[in-house]
Design a protein around this ligand. Sequence first.
Ligand code: UDP
Ligand code: MN
Length: 324
Amino acid sequence: MNLKFVAVLLFLVVVLGVMFIYLKPIYRFREGLCDSSEGRLKYPQPSITHGRTDVVSVTPWLAPVVWEGTFYPVLLDSIYQKRNITVAATVFAVGKYIRFLKDFLETAEQHFFVGFKVKVYVFTDQPNEVPKVKMAAGRELVVRSVPNSKRWQDISARRMEIIQTLIEEMLKNDVDYIFCLDVDSKFHSRWGTESLGELVAVIHPGYYKDDRSKFPYERRPASRAYVAPGEGDFYYCGGAFGGVLAEVHQLAQTCRKNFEDDAKEGIEAAWQEESHLNRYMWLNKPSKVLSPEYLWQDFKARNSEVRVIRFSGVIKNYNEIRPN
Ligand code: UDP
Ligand code: MN
């Protein structure tokens, strides 16, 4: 064999070896994965340039607005792992919406609080149709029966009442956080500990660039969901919200009562419980706000500031799936 060839080969082996030894930790460091000798995490130093400059990442009341690039997942996970938390999710699959449940549950297994204790509560009128989805250790599916309703507005609105009752039961066990999610959606990327807070709301993907005068808040003063002109922070989604049990209980109880008191007077807010949730969040500021990455809509083209879509509503034919 040619000596030159052997020399080049040896050189390459050495270069590759050095690259492997030195670059691998650097690569892992970027991901925030590197352990120091004491077993502590290493990650880039926080600086005044930390985060994103193209989007708002803190509210005027100093709640974080969570966007990709504003947090280190491994750092957050390590903090919450020590606390041994349990996260519950509620999802309703009533009537024809049962068809969305399989994808919802399967993608939740892949992306929703992976590595943490999770309890998914499914509320349905067809418990026998709930798909058998394999759940990882520490994750549990709980199926509860609920009656169907003639109007889709009632199905959607009754969620607040059922969530309120569920939390009253849960207070006795070991759930720490709860997220209430629409079933007609799928997870596409991580939704984890970065989303945890006392009271958590998601910015609606349809209105986040609009002036508040364009937000579809309930505008009739007679409704208990009323938001006056010049009021309101963000327009939040009814399809995803959460927080600690006590806070979500307060929210569900208040929205339910306001919804029912409106109904007694023959008023139904423009977007049902979403309108009531928006009114609630205006008066009771969320301690963490999730960007539209946390509830996109499949029919919407992805905007450049949205680097990751984590959870997104599927395209559906309303005429076909709603009871009326
Ligand atoms: N829902 C249901 N059955 C229905 C109508 C609604 O289970 O017939 C539940 C389901 O969890 C759904 C949520 O209520 O995701 C909210 O309704 P929908 O998704 O239709 O509202 P949108 O997201 O279109 O505003
Ligand atoms: Mn939905």
